[in-house]
Design a protein. Structure first.
Length: 138
């Protein structure tokens, strides 16, 4: 169990270095599932960290990794839809003979009634943006 304290101390140092935690209290609560003084107290007293705390930490890592994967999937979908949006803007520009002034923003922000029923780029992407912002990783 003393090895657990060494291990968790190294993990804390690395996570702090990477910016995933800002202090021992946050690490204790967010990652170890304990009170704010748990980690600092364990270190100061040389107290062993039980396996169940390590198990909780492992679950937290797995949960955040899964969240990151889902976020990456959503980002991939958003990127694909962004490409579709740009293609739709080009088609719309050709159909409506819009000027090509290099500013696609005015087309993306136009009134949806101006576009065909099947072409509502802002609405198609808005849902993906909402999903992306709902995920918080680390």
């Amino acid at each position: 169990m003393e090895r657990n304290l060494e291990f968790i101390s190294r993990v804390y140092d690395r996570m702090k270095e990477m910016g995933f935690v800002f202090g021992q209290a946050q690490f204790s609560e967010k990652w170890l599932g304990k009170g704010p003084s748990y980690f600092s107290s364990s270190k100061a007293k040389g107290r062993a960290v039980p396996d169940r705390v390590i198990d909780h930490f492992e679950e937290q890592i797995k949960e955040r990794a899964n969240r990151a994967r889902r976020m990456l999937d959503l980002y991939t979908d958003l990127s694909r839809h962004q490409q579709e949006l740009l293609a739709m803007i080009d088609i719309h520009r050709l159909e409506r003979k819009l000027p090509d002034n290099g500013d696609d923003e005015h087309v993306a922000n136009c009134n949806p009634e101006q576009l065909d029923e099947n072409r509502r780029p802002a609405e198609q992407i808005r849902g993906f943006l909402d999903k992306l912002t709902a995920f918080k990783v680390f």
